[in-house]
Design a protein around this ligand. Structure first.
Ligand code: ATR
Length: 283
């Protein structure tokens, strides 16, 4: 038994995703949405082993609080101060992991097998929580030059200072300078919510970007954001964000249900259908 704690949590695709895998592998288990308010988070996490849960995912706004509640943190979760996956250990203690960066890298590798982090500069849009999990993952993979483009420059500066690593040139960049940053880029990543349904677009001119650069977006609703659409039109390879959501879920599923799940085209189509239905229900 597992679930996802968040507030609100109705929008989460995780129950559909995990239950799809449970059904596919004929595993007798369940994965449920757990709408939990901030003041109840610790109580609920502590109750998991007593209720027979193998663990849970943690989503907005509880990732940081969960990191303070659990008994053990993996090095990544500790560095990020944020947990998205909780595993109940045999002794009933709670282990907190953060698999967002892993999911990001696995998605890129699956969609573009010859991609290598060290092959050229990366331009990352945004300096929020998502950027904080993606930038270290890129550095661990061998990226040597990362430019952080953000509306609020101070936030990009702070991120660069916090995540500084010896062999990596990690630099903040104001939005107006984005065309210069893109000039020799090998990878472009949008980590902001811009481009998501209901948000403004990420307005950046791609004219200077080499056509062999890979462009990816963590937004998956719509699947092909305007950034991805424009990039694809000019010949760049694109990777959508739905894969990141699926790949970040794999380690949790394996730990809770004892099976390494697969990421298939059918699964992606199923989740896309679910997304469209949820949208219709909401409108
Ligand atoms: P998350 O945890 O999803 O990364 P966050 O921590 O709130 O969310 O960060 C949101 C990111 O999107 C930030 O980089 C933010 O830029 P600022 O630091 O300038 O706020 C960026 N962002 C959100 N709305 C934006 C907008 N309308 N224009 C430009 N950037 C925006």
């Amino acid at each position: 038994m597992a679930g996802v704690v968040g507030w609100p949590v109705e929008h989460s695709l995780s129950p559909r995703l995990h239950n799809y895998w449970l059904e596919q592998y004929v595993i007798d288990g369940a994965y449920v949405p757990l709408p939990v308010k901030r003041e109840n988070l610790e109580f609920v996490l502590r109750a998991l082993p007593r209720m027979g849960f193998a663990g849970c995912n943690v989503t907005v706004p509880h990732k940081e609080t969960a990191a303070r509640v659990v008994d053990h943190l993996t090095p990544q979760a500790k560095r990020l101060g944020a947990v998205n996956t909780v595993i109940v250990r045999d002794d009933g203690s709670l282990e907190g992991r953060n698999t967002d960066g892993y999911g990001f890298i696995q998605n890129l590798m699956a969609a573009s097998p010859d991609w290598q982090a060290g092959s050229g500069p990366a331009v990352v849009f945004g300096a929020g929580g998502a950027a904080r999990s993606i930038v270290p993952a890129l550095m661990e993979e061998g990226a040597q030059d990362i430019r952080i483009v953000n509306r609020t420059l101070q936030k990009a500066e702070k991120l660069c200072k916090d995540l500084a690593m010896d062999r990596v040139a990690l630099r903040p960049c104001p939005f107006e300078m984005a065309p210069d940053a893109l000039e020799d880029a090998a990878l472009v990543v949008n980590t902001t919510a811009l481009g998501m349904t209901g948000y403004p677009q990420l307005n950046v001119d791609l004219d200077t970007l080499p056509v062999n650069a890979l462009v990816t977006d963590i937004v998956y609703n719509p699947l092909i954001t305007s950034l991805l659409e424009r990039a694809e039109k000019r010949g760049n390879r694109i990777v959508d964000g739905l894969g990141m959501l699926i790949h970040q879920a794999r380690p949790g599923f394996n730990a809770w249900f004892g099976r390494e799940p697969e990421v298939t085209r059918d699964l992606k189509s199923y989740l896309l259908g679910t997304l469209n239905n949820k949208q219709k229900e909401a409108s």
